[in-house]
Structure formats: C-alpha cells, structure tokens
Design a protein around this ligand. Sequence first.
Ligand code: ASP
Length: 418
Amino acid sequence: MNTQHVEKTPLLRELWLQILLAMLLGSVLAFTFGESAVGAVGWMGTLFVRLLKMTIVPLVATSIVSGVASVGSGGALGRLGLKTLAYYMTTSLLAILVGLVLVNALRPGVGALEGIAAAGGTAPQVETPDSLAEILFRMVPTNPVAALAEMDMLGIIVFCIAFGASLAAMPEGVRRPVSELIEALFAVMMRLTGAVIRLAPLGVVGLITSAVAASGASTFTSMGIYMLTVAAGLTLHTFVTLPVLLLVLGRLSPRRHFTNMSDAVLTAVSTSSSAATLPLTMQCVEKKVGVSNRVSSFVLPLGATVNMDGTALYECVGVLFIAQVLGIPLGVTAQITVVVTALLASIGAAGIPSAGLVMIFIVLEAVNLRGPEVAAIVGTMLAVDRPLDMLRTGVNIFSDSCGAAIIARSEGEEEVGR
Ligand code: ASP
C-alpha cells in the first residue's frame, strides 16, 4: 500500500481561506445574478445556520456544567467569574468610549436629514425590547427545561453555572459519575460540532449571496458617513484596543491570535450571529489558541450572550447620530446616560442578527428620544444594518476570544497563544 504522505495545499487545509473564498464567491454570485442566485444557493446558508443552532444548546449546557464543575464551587469559581465580568465590562466600556469620541468628532448626523428623507425611512416592524429590569429577571429561568427548549441563552447559562457549582460541592460518589457522564456528552458534542463546522464554506456562500443581494446601494450613499463612523470605531477597537489588551494583560501576540481566530471571526461576519458562531468560537479558542476547557467553557458562552463590544459601540454611535439628525444637542449628563444604557443594552441584546438595532430603542428612551421621526430614522438605519451587523458581530466574537485567552493566562495556563 502506498503510505506516501501527501502535503495538502493551503486551500484544502485552512478553513478561513475556504470561508474567505466562499464570501468572495457569494458576493460575485449576488452581483451577477441577483435574486436568482439567492434562489439557487440561499438554502445552503439557511441549512448551515440551522445545523449550527442544532448544536448550541447541548454544547453550551454540557460545556458550562463540566467547566464549572472542574473549576470548583467556592473561591475559584468566584474568582473566574469576577475576572470574566471585569474584562467584559471594561472592553465594552472602552468600545463605547471610542464610539463616543468618533461620533462627536465626525458628527455624521449633522445635515443628514435630507438624505434620510430621500431614502424614505419608515418605522420598522420590530418588537419593542424588554426594559432593563426585565433583562435582569430573564437571567433567572423559572423553568430550566423550558429555558433549554426555547433556547433562552441567559437562562441556560445561569442554571448551568448553578448546577455545575452544586455538582462540584457533592461528595465524590455522586460527583464523579455525573461529571464523567457530562464530560463524555460534551466530548460527543464537540465531535458533532466539528463535523458541522467543516460545512462552513458551503453555508457561507449561501449566507453572503443573500446578504449582498438584499442590500440596496442608494440608501448606503445617504447613510455613508454614519456607516463609516461605526466602521471606523469597530476597526479601532479591533486593531488597537483589543490587541493592546492582549499584549499588556495576556502577553500574547495579537497577530497570532488573529490567525488562530480567523475561522470564527469570518463565520461571525457571515452569520451576523454570536450565538450561531459560538460552536466555532469554542473550537478555535480550545484547539488553536490552546485555552483549557475549564476556562473557555465558562468564559465563551457567557461572552456570546453578554459581551458585545461591537454592539455597545454601535448603540452609542447610533443614538448620538439620531440626536444629531434631529438637531437635538445631548449634553454631558445625557451622553453619560447613553454610555451606561448602551452598555446595558449590549448585555441584554441576544446574539442574533439585528438584535443590536432593536435594543437601540432602550437607549433612545433613556434620553427621551421617541416619536415617529425617531422611528423613521431607525427604519433607515435598519435598511443599512446588515453590513454593520456583520462587522459588529465579528468584533463581539473577537473580544470574547481575547477575554478567554487573557483570563486563561491569568489563571496560570502556559499553552495559551501557541
Ligand atoms: N448580531 C449581533 C451578534 O449576534 C448582535 C447585534 O445585532 O449587534 O453578536
């Protein structure tokens, strides 16, 4: 038998390269064939997202319980939790501040009213988001089985952390068999997830074709400076703030971290969903960055749900943009209110497409911006939201992965960043 080792070409080896080519192919298909291309390949995107979603609940549940049980119940878990929350709050606040500075400096809303009127924005048909108190209540599911069945991520996370911590506190005779079973189930889920992930390039062709075909060019021109402001903020956060944190706090090479995370970031951009990308984020962070399951299984599911730097930045820029369009000056106190509520809105936003845009109503409400004109501007923002959503989801995922790597380092893990 011929056992000669065949060296695979980069295209066959590297998933990120395949995803990048798939994005290119999707764009070409959409530009060339428009809607008929969507009819031909759009289903592949839908199917891929369904497959990813199929893995999320069992993956997250087994991962958190086994992760938390291995951390232990008392001080160690509290320490990991505090570090994670501190990192998430800090990076989201830094992102918001970048947005705040840029939107005040570039003033994209000043004089944009005509363009928006020409684009014919109408009030979007979206459900009004929960109030801030409701976000807090939603964290505690009254029925954990219903939370699992309805994919209520915040509820699942809280229950699984509590279950894992209780498991860790049980005597050996109970703890061992239950932990071993859950760890085995987690290993099976990772295997299954790996198989789904290999289909990413096919799914991405479908997703990008649909996304590009759905975007109308004329609205983009009138909203150009606004979009550039958001994009500039996201770029600064990704290529300056987070790399500095990686270097200073984690002593990790940002370049290597970017390479290690490229599969997940490109999938986040293609799906516009942190939740759907979570299986890939976990694979990359554990297999490529080298973070232990103990840390990643706690930090990442939490991050995909509550840590959204890109969304936080977007909320802040979006609200100040609307105020500028309407010629309503927001003073220092109002801008501080925007910063705080943007942080809370990003925590409450679900990891699904356009969730950030819906949450903007909470921030608008906090500074008394409401009424038909406001709704019409949000309607126009909705028309151009997809590309911005793609970018902020990429940033959301990247920040989660930086958090996992930095926290793993602080917990004494040596293999991180290899
Ligand atoms: N799509 C984003 C995410 O899943 C949320 C948002 O709309 O900002 O992370």
